[in-house]
Design a protein around this ligand. Structure first.
Ligand code: APR
Ligand code: PHB
Length: 395
């Protein structure tokens, strides 16, 4: 088998890249280790920057997000059990974010790929990549014990944090990593969200809390927990009680509780691998970087990588220019580090660390008070939250 771009991984990065390339007339095959149901079973964040929504439209899958996504114009910060709205739209010349689950994006992209009859190999075992240092890259994989080979011009490593692509070039990368000393318990429930038009970020002496949503009838909530906690230690009742204690009284009172339909504990990590290009291999999305979920930048960063990468491939084939390919790593990493900084900052401001103590708590509260009362600092939060422009900082 032969294609122009071999894409490893059918998460949002790989599927979005495949769709954008297809629209530009570039052949691509996706090789995925898991089954479609497994891929759709993963619960992840769901706050989209406009850049992501625009890309979904460009990829021809914008219909459902436009209809079913909920537009947010603000965020709410809670500290000392008091709520403070930040007018994100007013502070960014009209920009918004959209609440729409990653699972739904994946489903929309999968459906579009299937409708277009594009090749996707699911449940591929022992995927390996070869020859990307030279002119003839290829991908090998097994289906039912049979080895197959896919020859290609380029390989896009969209295979997430535990994928094979970054592992293959391990010796050529520099890794930057920060692991946080706590986790998040997340709970999904079919109850109306307490704050349907803004995500709520709560700093409290008991630790961080977050109120988000997937739709007007499905809520997603989180509380910070000790790193070693097991999900069995978090009954639904304990979760709801703890969340309420971290919010302001009016919101705690208004929250509608119900049985969880999913509950899990996730660790928090910041991670960047540099560079993101190795000859004819390109890393994109979680394969190259991880942000802690505070600020919901993970999926949005995957989207900007894919935008830079698809543009580079389109320039290569249509305009015979390799400028985009040559600049991919530098361009993507510049945006990655801005989002890494923002996610690290918001995580540091909102969580209780082992050494936070009384002094640290007071400093966090002073910073939050400055944030909500200073237009300059509110604007800084707002412009990062809606997403810095793709060409930010370029002259
Ligand atoms: N071979 C083929 N596929 C693989 C391999 C492999 N060796 N290893 C992993 N994969 C697949 C995974 O099964 C998964 O479906 O690659 C896919 C990677 O998808 P994600 O982990 O979702 O990563 P990405 O597509 O970059 O999505 C960006 O945004 O909100 C964040 O972290 C969140 O997943 C999200 C990310
Ligand atoms: C989510 O909806 O899961 C979510 C929203 C905002 C965040 C993190 C997670 O900052």
């Amino acid at each position: 088998m032969r294609t122009q771009v071999a894409i490893i991984g059918a998460g949002p990065s790989g599927l979005l890249l495949g769709q954008l390339l297809h629209k530009a007339g570039i052949d691509n095959v996706i090789i995925e280790r898991q089954s479609p149901d497994y891929v759709l079973g993963r619960i992840r964040a769901g706050i989209l920057e406009q850049i992501m929504v625009d890309l979904l439209h460009e990829a021809g899958v914008g219909e459902r997000v436009a209809k079913e996504g909920t537009v947010h114009h603000s965020i709410e910060l809670v500290y000392k059990n008091t709520r403070h709205p930040i007018d994100v739209t007013g502070l960014t010349n009209g920009k918004v974010v959209t609440a729409y689950g990653q699972t739904e994006i994946t489903r929309d992209l999968m459906d579009a790929r299937q409708a277009a009859g594009l090749p996707t190999v699911y449940e591929a075992a022992n995927v390996s990549i070869h020859g990307f240092d030279g002119a003839k890259p290829s991908v090998r994989y097994e289906i039912d014990g049979q080895t197959h080979e896919l020859a290609c011009d380029f390989i896009a490593g969209c295979d997430g944090f535990h994928g094979v692509c970054r592992a293959t070039v391990q010796d050529s990368i520099t890794e930057y990593e920060k692991v946080y000393p706590f986790g998040w318990v997340g709970l999904l429930a079919d109850v109306p969200p307490v704050s349907p038009h803004a995500v709520v970020y709560a700093n409290s002496e008991r630790g961080f809390g977050l109120c988000s949503m997937r739709s007007l009838t499905r809520s997603r909530y989180y509380v910070q927990c000790p790193i070693d906690d097991k999900v069995e230690q978090w009954s639904d009742d304990r979760f709801w009680d703890e969340l309420r204690r971290r919010l302001d009284p009016a919101m705690a009172e208004a929250i509608v509780t119900g049985p969880s339909i999913e509950k899990s504990i996730a660790p928090l990590r910041s991670f960047v691998a540099e560079p993101m290009r190795f000859g004819r291999l390109f890393l994109a999305g979680d394969a190259a970087h991880i942000v802690p979920p505070t600020g919901a930048k993970g999926l949005n960063l995957a989207a900007s990588d894919v935008k830079y990468l698809s543009t580079a491939f389109i320039e290569h084939y249509a305009e015979k220019s390799d400028a985009g390919i040559d600049h991919y790593s530098q361009r993507a990493l510049a945006r990655v580090w801005r989002a890494e900084r923002f996610s690290w900052w918001l995580t540091s401001l909102m969580h209780r660390f082992p050494d936070t103590g009384g002094f640290g708590q007071k400093v966090q509260e002073a910073e939050l008070e400055y944030l909500v009362n200073s237009e300059a600092m509110s604007r800084s939060l707002a412009e990062n939250y809606v997403g810095l422009p793709l060409d930010f900082g370029q002259r």
